[in-house]
Structure formats: C-alpha cells, structure tokens
Design a protein around this ligand. Structure first.
Ligand SMILES: Cc1ncc(COP(=O)(O)O)c(C=O)c1O
Length: 392
C-alpha cells in the first residue's frame, strides 16, 4: 500500500480531497516533502506558525524544557515556570483588566471555557455570536457557529444561543439583559477575513456594557501580531472582558488560552471547585515555545513590518481576475468571485511550490496567512507566481 493510500485508510481526514503533502521537514517559510520538493508556505498551518517553521529560538526553548520536565500534574496545581512566566509576560503586555490567563490545549477549548466562565460569572445562560462566525468544532463552539450547514447533522446543540449579524449595527438589539456573553472574532476568519466596519466593535462593546454582558474576543487567528499589532483588539481599540488565543501564540506547538481579570477567573475555581479542569492544558513545552515566540515578537521588528508587507501584497496582487484583497495585516483573502479559479490557484500553486488554502465558509477566496517573518523578496516571488497562474 502506498503512503497516500495508507494515509486515507488509516488516518481520519477532514475532507475527501486532502492536499496530502508528504512532509519531510519544515523550516522558516518552507515545507519540504519527501521527494525533496520545497513549498513556500503562505498558510502557516492556518495562521499558526507566526514566526515560521521551527524557529531556532522556539526549538531551543522546547529542547531546554524537555531536558527539565514534561507533564508533571494536571493543570493549575503545581507552579511551572514556563506557564507562570508566559502568564506574567501576557499580563505585562495587556490592559490591567486582562491580567489572569488560563492555559488550555487549543482554540476551541479556550472558547468553551470562556462560554462557561461567562455563564457562571453573570448567572445568565444566553450566548450571542455572529452569523458566519467560526469558533471551533466541539459541541459548545458548534452551538455558536454562525452557519447552519455544519450544525444540522449534530443537533440538538446548546439552547439559548442567539445571533447578531457581523457589521450590522441594528442587530445589536439582540444582545439583552439575558445575555451572558457575546463571542466575536475581531476579523471573521472562516468567512474570508471580513474586517469590522468603523465603530462596529465599539458598538458591540457599548451594548455589552449597557446590558451587563461580557464581551469575548476570539483572537485565535488574529493573535500574536497577525493584524500588525500583538492583538487584534489593539488594532480596533476595543478591550474585551475575555480574550481567547491559540494558533499563532504557540510558535508551532499546541496551546490555547483565555485571559480575563483575576476576579472573573476565580469564578471558575469556586462553587464548584474544579469548575474547569484540563490534564494537559498549558503543557510546559507548549508554554516554553509560546513564551519564546512572544519574546521574539516583542524584541524584534516583525510586528511593526506587518503593515508594510500587507501593502506590498496589495500592490503586487493586481489582476483582472482578482476582484478584491480583503483582510488586515498578514491575514489576506484574494477574492476571485469564481469557485473554479479559486480551486485552480490552490492546486496549480502546489505544482509551482506554493502552499495556499481555502476558507471554510467561502469558496471564492484564497487564503494568504504566511508566517509574519516572510521577507519582501518572498512576497514578490509568491505574488508573481500567483499572477502567472492567473494568466495561465
Ligand atoms: C477564529 C477561530 N476560533 C476558533 C478556532 C478553533 O481553534 P482550534 O482549531 O485550535 O480548536 C479557530 C480555528 O481555526 C478559529 O479560526
């Protein structure tokens, strides 16, 4: 049996047509397959590898931590340096009201725990999310997913889940005194990097304050620099009550977290005690990798250069078939308004050694979310290849 047949037979997949690159190694901007072919990675593990693959400082942090200890105790009982140092570093970079972080293993876990926290803290049950939002695939997150297609088969889901329409100010009236929290992505990811209209996120903040609901920002894709600020909320100048992170915070390791005030966080540990538990949450190796990633981003000009890199992509990606470049920073969607062209670009891109990918809810755009460390020369090379494919 060939490798691909074995992959299809013995491993669960997410689609019937996986890209199936047989990975040998990955370094910086490049993934190399077992035939020796290198691909420039314009997806970064879906916004996850923010400072490139196997960044030497991240690898060193992982190796050093692996020499000391791996898992020692379920999360939250022992003091573990990588966790505490990461929590302290985050607190030093965030507004005062966001000073306490709980580490988990993934984005969806951060969302699930935040939903629970908001219900426990407010004593209310309703969670509001946006139409066309994506917050993860487990039952709670699925309940607040903003499209019926992925929910239908798995009902019944959570009761008391309402919706607003992203960028529709009039829909904010759906947030009421029954609402425990509003979960919102500052930039809608799965819908194809839809950015907020001027004042929209501020209006959501205002409405939450009016009715006493908590505002939860899902920064799982925007976090650690992707919008040109460390967090998306800085870009849009709206501070949430709970900040969820994952993906880009890990430097390639699996980690998620949610940050809020110490007071709110404590509602998870009392009445009942052990109100939210995870065995491997905040694994010391993942926290060491995340801390190394954060320090590298803070000590370098990588985030500062994001806006310039966005500008360059926008300047070079001009073609009659490109209807729009959407998004912010290095989360950009090439809108082609054509499903076939979109599929072609991704597959021909692979032939030419370029990794691009699709979005979950839109079939007419191609995703560009490269490592933030992409160089201007690499942007030129990638853009030329994309334009060549479109000319073909
Ligand atoms: C905005 C957003 N929220 C939540 C998630 C879920 O994160 P994870 O896949 O780490 O569970 C994702 C994943 O793509 C995401 O893009």
């Amino acid at each position: 049996m060939g490798v691909k047949e074995s992959f299809i037979k013995h491993q669960g997949q997410t689609t019937p047509f996986p890209l199936a690159i047989d990975v040998a190694s990955a370094k910086g901007m490049y993934v190399t397959d077992k035939s020796g072919k290198s691909y420039m990675d314009l997806v970064a593990g879906v916004s996850a590898c923010s400072i490139g693959h196997c960044h030497p400082k991240v690898v060193k942090a992982i190796q050093e931590q692996a020499e000391k200890y791996l898992h020692v105790m379920v999360y939250g009982e022992f003091i573990q340096d990588p966790q505490l140092q990461l929590a302290e570093k985050l607190a030093s970079l965030l507004p005062k009201a966001l000073n306490c972080t709980y580490f988990v293993n993934s984005g969806v876990e951060a969302i699930e725990a935040s939903m629970k926290l908001s219900k426990g803290f407010t004593g209310r049950s309703e969670i509001i999310s946006c139409k066309n939002s994506y917050h993860g695939s487990t039952h709670g997150a699925l309940s607040i997913m903003g499209t019926e297609t992925y929910k239908r088969k798995y009902r019944p889901l959570l009761p008391d889940c309402g919706q607003i329409i992203y960028n529709d100010f009039s829909s904010l009236k759906n947030i009421t005194c029954k609402t425990a929290s509003v979960v919102i992505e500052p930039i809608q990811g799965a819908s194809g990097f839809i950015t907020p209209k001027k004042g929209f996120l501020k209006a959501v903040r205002h409405r939450c304050d009016e009715v006493g609901a908590l505002l939860i920002f899902d920064e799982i894709q925007t976090c650690f620099g992707r919008t040109g600020n460390l967090f998306g909320f800085e870009t849009f100048q709206v501070v949430p009550d709970i900040l969820c992170m994952a993906k880009g915070m890990g430097g390639g390791m699996s980690i998620g977290s949610f940050t809020t005030s110490t007071e709110k966080m404590h509602s998870l540990r009392e009445n009942p005690i052990l109100g939210h538990i995870t065995t491997f949450g905040g694994h010391p190796i993942a926290c060491a990798a995340s801390l190394a990633t954060l320090i590298e981003l803070c000590d370098s000009q990588i985030i500062e250069q994001v806006a310039q890199k966005e500008k360059l992509f926008r300047k070079l990606l001009v073609h009659p078939k490109i209807k729009e470049i959407r998004g912010k920073g290095l989360m950009l969607a090439i809108e082609l308004d054509d499903v076939e062209v979109c599929r072609d670009i991704v597959h021909k891109g692979l032939d030419k050694g370029l990794i691009m990918f699709f979005f979950l809810f839109t079939q007419t755009s191609v995703r560009l979310s490269p490592p933030l460390t992409i160089s201007e020369d690499e942007i030129r090379t990638a853009s030329k290849l994309i334009i060549d494919i479109l000319n073909d």
